[in-house]
Ligand binder design. Structure first.
Ligand code: AMP
Length: 440
């Protein structure tokens, strides 16, 4: 029986296979090559709409298959239109917040476009621009870019957006979190007024709705939540611990060999570095990724982890956004996020493709309100594990203060610590402009 999906006021018959879509043969061939048979829910809904030329507002996270949902119809369109490639003038622009996502999208484009003559380029900051400029000079049909490098290369006249026909804004909410709103506005001002717009965001706060309204024309809206089964397959646990014992609890857990491939989320980059040292001292192979690492170093760390040469990857939220690594057995929230959606996003890195996984969250007295927030938002009570050597009764019995107060308390504590370290290490460096990405 065919499934029925409700999307706005329309009812879509669900396509069961990719071969049911009106996609050109070279794309069907590449889908066979990559082994995709059944479209994911977002692909089922988005592909026909985008092929029909509708603007799209997609509420979906990474992991739902949204990349193919927009890449396949774009490639289909560009190939059928068969326009001659021109140096420096891409026909489709995919704007995405992080280098990792940009690389991932470009890799996917290359896979899906394997049997097509179209060319794809990716540009992002943190690496020298030489090769990127060269690829633009040779001509590219689809350009994947992060905002900073995009504007930089436009300013240097290596690139023009005047012939862009399809514009994709990916992970819009994360873009705004990272302070890219002004850059997005600058990019929009450089795009032709008449264009096909695809807008994706995992969440829809007011600022994102406003941005979407300013970009999209009569959009079709589709919403896909990560399959509930994913979260159901994750064994979620909480361990109460005092802040200073967190490193010891982490080492204690990682001594258990069932933690084969573990992703550890930390709140700040200096914590990631300190933990890596601690793990090394305990003969636990690990890699770190955070905003201060060069692109090459981040990619190398991810590769080492994905290939199983490091058991542990310690990451900040922003650096890890969109990373798609199979076989993660455990996610550890070393520092709990105060945003429930981040929690769901983080733990969703394990238990992919129907396999089981576990997520352990370390909770201090100060973080207890974050936990309450997460439990309220996800409508579940997370199992508390007290059977470990660092269990903190104080944290367990701490009263829940409001999230705002708890955050202020943590910020204050961290601020004090930073000042005293600076005092011992020498003069304070000049203050930098605040930036969301720097604080991770
Ligand atoms: P995304 O949300 O686009 O990052 O996709 C998440 C993962 O799902 C990627 O590893 C894709 O290669 C994979 N994927 C996307 N669509 C399909 C599909 N229809 N069948 C199997 N795997 C898929």
């Amino acid at each position: 029986m065919e499934g029925i999906y409700f999307c706005e006021t329309q009812v879509y018959k669900l396509m069961k296979k990719f071969t049911d879509f009106d996609l050109i043969e070279p794309l069907q061939q590449s889908l066979k090559k990559v082994g995709y048979e059944t479209p994911t829910p977002i692909q089922q809904q988005a592909i026909p709409l985008v092929l029909e030329g509708h603007d799209l507002l997609g509420i979906a996270q990474t992991g739902t298959g949204k990349t193919a949902a927009f890449c396949l119809p774009i490639l289909n369109y560009l190939h059928l239109k068969n326009i001659r490639r021109e140096p420096k003038h891409p026909r489709a622009l995919i704007l995405t917040p992080t280098r990792e996502l940009a690389i991932q999208i470009h890799d996917n484009l290359t896979k899906y476009g394997f049997f097509l003559p179209q060319k794809f380029a990716v540009i992002f900051g943190g690496v020298s621009q030489g090769k990127q400029v060269q690829s633009l000079r040779h001509g590219t049909d689809v350009l994947v870019a992060t905002p900073g490098r995009l504007l930089d290369l436009i300013n240097q006249k290596h690139l023009r957006l005047g012939k862009v026909e399809v514009f994709v804004l990916d992970e819009a909410d994360r873009m705004l979190d990272m302070g890219f709103l002004n850059d997005i506005k600058k990019v929009l001002a450089l795009l032709p007024r008449k264009r096909h717009n695809l807008f994706f965001s995992a969440t829809m706060p007011t600022a994102i709705k406003k941005l979407a309204t300013s970009i999209l024309v009569n959009p079709k809206k589709i919403e896909v939540t990560p399959p509930a089964t994913t979260v159901e397959l994750i064994h979620q646990m909480v361990m109460y611990v005092n802040k200073k014992e967190k490193p010891n609890l982490l080492v204690h857990l990682l001594k258990d060999k069932s933690f084969k491939r573990t992703l550890v989320f930390v709140g700040m980059k200096h914590i990631a570095n300190r933990l890596a040292e601690k793990l090394e001292k305990n003969n636990i192979s690990s890699k770190t990724i955070h905003g201060n690492k060069s692109q090459a170093a981040r990619q190398k760390a991810i590769q080492e982890f994905a290939a199983g040469r490091a058991r542990v990857l310690v990451a900040t939220d922003i650096a890890s956004r969109g990373i798609d690594i199979d076989g993660i057995t455990h996610v550890i929230n070393y520092d709990l996020s105060n945003v429930a959606e981040s929690y769901v996003h983080r733990i969703g890195r394990t238990a992919r493709a129907g396999s089981e996984g576990a997520a352990v969250s370390f909770v201090t007295a100060d973080e207890k309100s974050y936990l309450a927030n997460i439990e309220r938002a996800t409508k579940q009570k997370i199992e508390v594990i007290t059977d470990h050597p660092y269990h903190s009764v104080e944290a367990e019995n701490a009263s829940v203060v409001s999230v705002g107060k708890a955050k202020a308390k943590i910020d204050e504590a961290q601020g004090r610590k930073t000042k005293s370290r600076r005092f011992h290490r020498g003069p304070k460096r000049p203050a930098k402009a605040p930036s969301a990405s720097r604080s991770y």
